[in-house]
Design a protein around this ligand. Structure first.
Ligand code: ACO
Length: 349
């Protein structure tokens, strides 16, 4: 059976740099608070009307294809992961297919938030291993800046997130001991509401302890997104930061160990861990818990903030550009996020 390799990689971040001090103009926060709690110094915001999640994805995909030495016509399947799509539906996969004038190939959208890349990689790996596809284009992109609450009310969330995109081209290889060794996916929906965006949605308060909008009285046609929801800022993400933090620091090490054990490897064998860039404090905790050296962990959250689905592939692409990844290196990628969902992928580059 073939193994799946990353044959090409690329990332794209918008030019517009937004520092912590820039955010002080909108909300009661400070550079000191943000850096101390999250490690973030700045993030990028997409052009308000000039860039979308899909167009940033196209930029990253173009670099990844070039890097793989193939053209858009060689691609036989698209996977697109994001939580900030251009449209509620259809997903970004078809918008990318159209923008890149690609063949009428399949386009799958993944909605696993911060775990989007790891979930998508796992799906792609199955298609490659079974021989179904030979060139999968996996794109991750986020335009968070369009959907955050920039008032003080939303400061615990809005300071964390940034925009950006990354893409990889996945191909089969029969070369010994190369490619994805295993992927490990998990979920626990019991805490789904701790990190969620409820509206627009069809929940009608069903899962919520405290009702949001009044759905009984809402006129037909105003249930999905009403003026009341907007007035009450219910169209923004909701996060219990400390609860997310507590769960993340348990699940990250667990799922990394799971991947290593499955392959009879240990942390000593690992050249690089690329954790989802959720918060530098989480990554540092994981590093400490697994007793990893500084050179075994790659973080870039200080420059880009949390770019959700795009964070791991942006970091992977940057680490590769910096020469921190060589052929044969053992790389672990691990994610945790909304759902909760979490997962890991172990690969020999
Ligand atoms: N600036 C200044 N003060 C703030 C800000 C801000 N941006 N945000 C919150 N505060 C205040 C709060 O109002 C609170 O004030 P109070 O004590 O007067 O009530 C105080 O800071 C502490 O708030 P906490 O929420 O308890 O702060 P905490 O130390 O937990 O840090 C944070 C918050 C950074 C969100 C942290 O909980 C965290 O990182 N959690 C993990 C979240 C995460 O990683 N999410 C993303 C992963 S999932 C994904 O990527 C989709």
């Amino acid at each position: 059976m073939p193994q799946t390799i990353i044959a090409g990689i690329g990332h794209y971040v918008p030019d517009h740099v937004v520092t912590n001090n820039d955010l002080v103009k909108y909300m009661d926060t400070s550079d000191e608070w943000i850096q101390e709690r999250t490690g973030i110094k700045e993030r990028r915001y997409a052009g308000r009307t000039t860039e979308t999640t899909s167009t940033m994805g196209v930029q990253a995909a173009t670099i990844a294809l070039e890097n793989a030495g193939i053209t858009k016509d060689d691609v036989d399947f698209i996977i697109f992961a994001t939580l900030s799509p251009d449209y509620y539906f259809p997903g970004c996969g078809v918008l990318l297919q159209r923008a890149m004038k690609m063949n009428e190939i399949g386009a799958l959208d993944i909605r696993n938030q911060c775990s989007g890349f790891v979930y998508a990689l796992s799906v792609a790996d199955q298609f490659i291993k079974t021989g179904m596809y030979k060139n999968i284009l996996l794109v991750c992109s986020e335009k968070h800046s369009f959907g955050l609450d920039f008032s003080t009310r939303g400061r615990n969330i809005s300071v964390i997130f940034g925009d950006g995109a990354a893409a990889v081209v996945l191909q089969p290889t029969t070369e010994n001991n190369r490619g994805i060794l295993s992927t490990h996916l998990h979920s626990d929906g019991s805490s789904a509401e701790l990190l969620a965006m409820f509206n627009p949605g069809t929940h009608a308060n069903h899962w919520l302890n405290e009702p949001l909008a009044d759905f009984d009285e809402a006129p037909m046609g105003q249930m999905f997104m009403s003026h009341q929801m907007i007035d009450k800022a219910q169209n923004f993400p909701n996060m219990d930061g400390p609860a997310v933090f507590k769960k993340a620091i348990v699940k990250f090490p667990e799922v990394i160990e799971e991947a290593l054990q499955k392959n009879n490897l240990t942390t000593a064998d690992l050249q690089l861990l690329i954790p989802h860039q959720a918060n530098l404090r989480i990554a540092q905790y994981v590093q400490q818990k697994l007793k990893l050296r500084d050179d075994q962990v790659f973080n870039n959250i200080e420059k880009y903030g949390n770019t959700t689905a795009a964070s791991i592939p942006i970091a992977l692409s940057e680490a590769w550009q910096l020469g921190k990844i060589k052929k044969g290196d053992l790389i672990c990628m691990a994610a945790f996020g909304s759902g909760f969902t979490w997962g890991s992928a172990l690969m020999r580059w």
